[in-house]
Design a protein around this ligand. Structure first.
Ligand SMILES: Nc1ncnc2c1ncn2[C@@H]1O[C@H](COP(=O)(O)OP(=O)(O)O)[C@@H](O)[C@H]1O
Ligand SMILES: [Mg+2]
Length: 587
């Protein structure tokens, strides 16, 4: 999983990786060469008092050291470019994949974990790549090369290598095995704190309304305490790790000096060689330590890679046709036809829509009415392919929507959702979503029709230099700084600017008062002339003038016709009308 993910995303950086390998090889060779040069100076220069020799070899040492610094810096530079570039690419892959998710896949994951996966998990993989690139050549060559060189300097002390290396490995290994489960826990803790935080931000009004602050604060405190606890445990192990490693290194040094000193006394080895041996031993231990750290990153990165790959390998349930059929006509309204459409949400037992058939003609208004939960939103969501029909067909100008290119559907169908969602940015930016080239007059016209021009004109946001008014005033993410009715009018205007061939209003008028509702529809009738209009509504007055009204009950069409016809023919329709008349009279 980790390997596949890395291999796939490493491909564009292979030349960089090769550069890292070559540069590191040079660095390591220089590192290994230095102690032996140092030994030469001590044994052949200092011991014999040959200043010339000291200068000469010292000069070489300086050059080697400089080369080592330059290659080391260059290798880290390339390594960082690869790791960060790869991180960016993986994040982009995750983003584009999530972008193609339908509501089903979104629901399966939830926002919190998708965000963690796209950020924190990618970071883990990125860290591993960075570490591996920095150490992949260095660790094996430095440890093996170090051993060879050390033994060459003094075979009599080689047993010190065989003792100290395993001791260090055991100590670091023990600490690492304690750390691994904690890292796994930390990832889960981050997920849950993200979840709580997100829910609290999104649901802040509800929390306030139900005076649930205490409870929510408690929930956050728990999640936060768990994360802190995990971090503290990790910190504690790290605190032990530093001194433990230092002790091993110092003990090794002391042992070299102690046993080596005796050997120097006995004339078995020269001082320079002993110094070199000590430096090699330290290099070996360093390499072993870095190698262990690198392996320590693996389990955590594997977990993260699995979480990322899961997202990347989720096939979107809505397939784009390989060879899309073009729409037969490009202008005016497009006929929407449902042919015996049945739809069930995944995992649900009974279908939400059952044998729905109707045709919404161009230039006409089709209204859909029905109680809450009768399937109205589900029905209209099939037109822009937010879902696909379980059986039966939805056709646009006679072409099944499943045969159309996604871009063609988006251009043809303008859906104003039941829960409108303005994006963060200026009002103009929001309105131009469907048509980036729309001029200001078009924006104002659309606002005029949607009865939104008044409040936009008076709107001021920001302070100081950032004050903005009218079209340039800002809307926050999700439209939390405009009222529900304003949000709805903005979203109607947004769809008007896009000028689609089919307008679908899902309960878009219910947040408006009766007068505004009437005015908006009046304006729409002028503005959308020729287009196909589908209106989902709760209020009878919204739909009395529709050319065709469909009465939906538990996913079936139980009545169809004009207002007058339905008053005659449909019991359900009469009940709805009666209930609303009574409500109005009482009000
Ligand atoms: N994403 C979903 N997953 C599962 N069931 C859903 C989903 N959305 C809606 N439903 C169910 O489908 C039925 C119809 O819902 P909906 O189309 O929103 O009705 P309406 O818009 O008429 O109020 C309801 O019973 C609802 O519980
Ligand atoms: Mg609905």
């Amino acid at each position: 999983m980790l390997w596949t993910l890395i291999r796939r995303h490493l491909r564009p950086y292979l030349p960089h990786v090769a550069a890292v390998a070559v540069l590191q090889l040079a660095t390591v060779l220089a590192t290994l060469y230095l102690p032996s040069l140092n030994a030469d100076i001590i044994d052949n220069g200092v011991a014999t008092g040959d200043t010339d020799y000291i200068w000469r070899v010292g000069g070489v040492m300086l050059l080697v050291a400089m080369a080592q610094v330059i290659t080391a810096i260059a290798s880290v530079w390339f390594g960082a470019r690869v790791a960060m570039g790869m991180g960016r690419d993986i994040r982009r892959s995750v983003y584009t994949r999530v972008d193609r998710f339908s509501t089903e896949e979104m629901g399966r994951y939830g926002a919190a974990t998708l965000i963690t996966r796209a950020t924190n998990d990618v970071q883990q993989v990125q860290m591993l790549v960075l570490m591996t690139l920095n150490f992949m050549v260095m660790v094996p060559i430095m440890s093996i090369g170090g051993i060879v060189m050390a033994i060459q300097e003094d075979p009599g002390l080689s047993w010190l290598v065989w003792v100290s290396v395993p001791v260090l490995m055991v100590i670091v290994g023990l600490l690492v095995t304690r750390l691994m489960p904690l890292f796994q826990r930390m990832q889960d803790n981050i997920d849950s704190i993200n979840g709580v935080m997100r829910e609290q931000i999104m649901g802040i009004r509800v929390v306030r309304a139900f005076v649930r602050e205490e409870h929510e604060i408690g929930r956050f405190r728990d999640a936060n305490a768990t994360l802190t606890d995990t971090s503290v445990r990790i910190g504690r192990l790290f605190v032990i790790m530093g001194p433990a490693i230092t002790i091993v290194l110092h003990l090794a040094t002391a042992a070299v000096l102690w046993f080596g000193g005796h050997r120097v006394d006995a004339g078995l080895v020269e001082v320079g060689a002993l110094t070199a041996f000590m430096q090699y031993l330290l290099q070996i231990l360093m390499a072993v330590m870095m190698g262990t750290f690198m392996f320590m990153m693996f389990p955590r990165a594997i977990i993260s890679a699995r979480r990322i790959s899961e997202v990347l390998e989720t096939a979107p349930t809505l397939h784009e046709p390989a060879v899309p059929t073009p729409l037969p006509t490009a202008d005016g309204g497009a006929t929407v036809e449902f042919r015996d459409v049945t739809f069930s949400y995944p995992g649900a037992e009974s279908p939400v829509l059952d044998g729905v058939s109707f045709t919404a003609e161009a230039g006409r208004t089709t209204a859909i009415i029905g109680s809450t939960g009768s399937g109205k939103t589900t029905l209209v969501s099939l037109i822009p392919r937010l879902h696909d029909a379980t059986s039966g067909q939805v056709l646009l100008d006679g072409v099944p929507v499943t045969d159309l290119a996604r871009a063609d559907i988006s251009a043809a169908v303008g859906l104003v959702p039941q829960k409108p969602y303005p994006f963060s940015g200026t009002i103009a930016h929001n309105l131009r979503f469907g048509d980036p080239s729309a001029d200001e007059k078009q924006l104002w016209d659309a606002l005029e029709v949607a009865q939104g021009a008044g409040f936009v004109r008076e709107r001021t946001t920001g302070e100081g230099d950032a004050v903005a008014t009218g079209l340039e005033s800002t809307v926050s993410q999700g439209g939390t700084n405009v009222s529900g009715g304003q949000r709805q009018r903005l979203c109607i205007a947004r769809t008007l600017v896009a000028a689609p061939r089919v307008f679908v209003f899902d309960d878009s008028f219910s947040a408006l008062d009766v007068t505004t509702d009437a005015r908006v529809r009046e304006g729409l009738a002028q503005h959308t002339r020729g287009a196909t209009t589908i209106i989902v509504a709760q209020r009878i007055s919204t739909i009395t003038s529709a050319d065709q009204i469909l009465v939906l009950e538990e996913g079936r069409i139980v009545g169809r016709g004009t207002h007058e016809e339905l008053l005659e023919s449909s019991e359900t329709y009469r009940e709805i009308v009666d209930s609303q008349i009574t409500a109005e009279e009482m009000a």
